[in-house]
Design a protein around this ligand. Structure first.
Ligand code: UD1
Ligand code: CA
Length: 454
């Protein structure tokens, strides 16, 4: 039977320094709430159960977690008496029994599954508690890891540390793996006789050692255990996430980024091989880019499926529900929403295409607009294959244009156009001989008159 693992995610922070109406752990990194990043890492490290301990904004926090893990267990820590007290808010989850317990902070969103797996591996190898440590640039404020001969003796909180202990640069990241069998007996012995009068989870280390149990620390890189307490730290963590994602795109996925630092990805962006992304492109959630597609500069893309060999932008805005089939093209200053472009269809300049379908190889002329909204309801425009829509056409939905139809420039199309037909819906042109010259002479005379008066 697979080894069981319960992850307890502490999310009861007040987050006062965020100066926000929302719970801190709901603030997003790469478009995903921090607590969801942590839960995803716990899940990838093999947690079959997830327990979330929340405080402020409790319902919103658990609702966010359950978008990914409907089975997440929820505990509320009514009052904050320290990290051990927070873990014990999930006592009922621990009592169910498990092999490994992971304790994680929901405000540390970059923690990697590999690191959590290493902590679990340490338990499997026979330790009873494994603490994840790191070496920060400035250790002040963190619990220090006191080691001897590769064993962890104690964690000393900054406020309780002696000068000698403060000189130690190996610090507690906050993530701890504990033997599921022994955890409760240890946690129940933790008291609050310390500088902050809190129940410190970190005291578990000394208690376990007193009982002759084995305790170790492993080291993680500082970036992955960076915590978020304010918006500046949130931005710093976002920057780290983005730079890791760009590196993955280039090194592992075979994507060309011409100016990597100017490209923003979402937590779920999917990129095919040989995609090229020019500078200043933003990916919101829900975007897939197929092999060999090119995203030109200054494009903003959300909720779009971009097939192989598609060209987007420069200055394109693809919104939710856009599907671009292979070889199609959306050019500059075009906006699409809930719209499908068939294979090799072209939408090259200055258009809005919403709630629409455009068939294969159809060419949509510059400035074409689908008038999809009547002030109350949205309506669909359906254009067949091999059609031609002249520039500056307004398609007043609901309306359809059949396969191979041709729509004259400047038309306002309010009725369906049959396949193969030519539709022209505009005033017929009249030319009046000599009238242009007459108007010009009259205007010049008026201007001269005005100059005399002045
Ligand atoms: C904690 C560790 C410290 C470590 C540091 C890393 C303890 C006692 N100390 O210190 O060794 O170096 O994290 O950042 O564990 N929380 C609750 N309920 C509570 C108290 C805390 O949910 O009653 C949550 C907080 O929201 C936060 C996390 O636990 O996400 C850590 O709590 P915090 O008070 O920030 O601990 P630190 O003093 O930073
Ligand atoms: Ca903290």
């Amino acid at each position: 039977m697979a080894r069981r693992c319960l992850s307890i995610v502490l999310a009861a922070g007040e987050g006062t320094r965020m100066k926000s109406a929302r719970a801190k752990v709901l603030h997003e990194v790469a478009g995903l709430a921090m607590v969801r990043h942590v839960v995803a890492a716990a899940a990838k490290a093999g947690s079959d159960r997830i327990a979330v301990v929340s405080g402020k904004d409790s319902e919103a926090v658990i609702a966010a977690v359950r978008k990914d893990r409907q089975d997440a267990e929820h505990f509320v820590q009514e009052e904050r008496f320290g990290t051990a007290h927070a873990v014990l808010a999930a006592r009922a989850a621990i009592e169910v029994g498990t092999d490994d317990i992971l304790v994680l902070f929901a405000d540390t969103p970059l923690i990697r599954p590999e690191t959590l797996a290493r902590a679990r591996a340490s338990l499997i190898a026979g330790t009873d508690i494994c603490v994840i440590g790191f070496r920060p640039e400035n250790p002040s404020g963190y619990g220090r890891l006191l080691e001897r001969d590769g064993e962890l003796l104690a964690i000393r909180e900054d406020k309780d540390a002696s000068e000698a202990e403060k000189a130690i640069d190996f610090c507690n990241a906050g993530v701890m793996a504990l033997s599921g069998e022994k955890a409760l007996a240890i946690l129940d012995q933790i008291g609050n006789d310390n500088a902050k009068g809190e129940y410190y989870l970190t005291d578990a280390v000394e208690i376990a050692r007193r009982e002759g149990l084995k305790v170790r620390a492993i080291e993680a890189e500082a970036f992955e255990v960076a915590g978020v307490n304010n918006r500046a730290e949130l931005a710093a963590v976002e920057a780290t996430w983005q730079s890791l994602r760009r590196r993955r795109a280039m090194i592992e996925e075979g994507v060309t980024l011409i100016d990597p630092a100017s490209v923003t990805f979402s937590h779920d962006t999917v990129l095919g091989r040989d995609v090229v992304i020019e500078p200043n492109v933003v990916f919101g959630p829900g975007v897939t880019v197929g092999e060999g597609a090119v995203i030109h500069a200054f494009s903003h893309i959300v909720g779009a499926k971009i097939s192989p060999e598609v060209s987007v932008g420069p200055f394109a805005r693809l919104r939710e529900g856009t599907v671009l089939e292979e070889g199609s093209k959306v050019g500059n200053f075009c906006e699409t929403k809930n719209a499908r472009l068939g294979e090799d269809a072209k939408l090259n300049h200055l258009s809005y295409i919403g709630d629409a379908e455009i068939g294969a190889r159809t060419n949509v002329g510059a400035g074409t607009i689908t008038c999809n909204y009547d002030g109350a309801l949205k309506h669909r425009t359906v254009i067949g294959a091999d059609a031609f829509i002249g520039s500056d056409t307004a398609l007043v939905a609901p309306v359809s244009v059949g396969d191979g139809a041709y729509v004259g420039t400047g038309s306002v199309i309010t009725e369906d156009v049959p396949a193969g037909a030519l539709a022209i819906a505009r005033e017929r042109q009249v030319n009046k001989d000599g009238r242009g010259t007459a108007i010009a002479e009259r205007n010049r005379a008026a201007k001269a008159q005005k100059a005399i008066k002045a």
